[in-house]
Design a protein around this ligand. Structure first.
Ligand code: 5GP
Ligand code: MG
Ligand code: MG
Length: 178
């Protein structure tokens, strides 16, 4: 375990098992239908690539990147698309793949934006959910784990762009922030 990590919250093995279950569920729900799997960069990258490998049927992959204005700790509620999808999603079944739903601000905007493109359906797969922090209502269709209000890193999630490569989800030591 990395010395800046206080505690492993979700192990590599638990992640592997849960992601496989979610992939199976998505495959069953979309049997006989095409799906566009949308990765929300960069935090969802590990979850996305593992999940995609468990989805059978006709799947295409696309990527989107957004940022919210404001300071790094306080989200302003205004979201900006930095890199848009490569292809239109009109008439398609979209599954948005995100690392974590915290206040819900980012996803509220993103889901609304994708729906406005006349997709056939838009659903959300989120690896982690921190319901205690919610400010805007967001429905999570495929949820990995509900976690307490800890700041977590690893498996795609960063602190100052670091620790994304960790194979587990861990809680950072307080001293790292100070
Ligand atoms: P929201 O718009 O839901 O408040 O924020 C979502 C984004 O904030 C996530 O996609 C993620 O990038 C970041 N975030 C929220 N909670 C955490 C956390 O515990 N750890 C990390 N590394 N990022 C988080
Ligand atoms: Mg994210
Ligand atoms: Mg981040």
């Amino acid at each position: 375990m990395l010395d800046v990590v206080k505690e492993v919250l979700i192990s590599e093995e638990e992640l592997k098992q849960r992601v496989a279950e979610l992939g199976k569920q998505i495959s069953e729900d979309y049997r006989g239908e095409d799906v566009v799997l949308v990765c929300v960069l960069k935090g969802a990258v590990m979850f996305f690539s593992d999940l995609a490998r468990h989805i059978t049927g006709n799947v295409t992959l696309d990527f989107i990147s957004c940022s919210s204005y404001g300071s790094s700790t306080v989200s302003s509620g205004v979201v900006r698309i930095l890199k848009d999808l490569d292809r239109p999603v009109e008439g398609k079944n979209v599954v948005v793949v995100e690392d974590i739903v915290d206040t819900g601000t980012t996803l509220h905007y993103l889901l609304k934006n994708l729906k406005s493109r006349n997709a056939k359906s838009v659903r959300l797969a989120a690896l982690l959910n921190k319901p205690d922090r919610r400010k805007v209502d967001v429905h999570v269709d495929y949820q990995g784990f509900v976690i307490p209000d800890y700041f977590v890193v690893g498996y795609g999630l960063d602190y100052d762009e670091k620790y994304r490569q960790l194979p587990y989800v861990g809680v950072l030591k307080e001293e790292v922030y100070q």
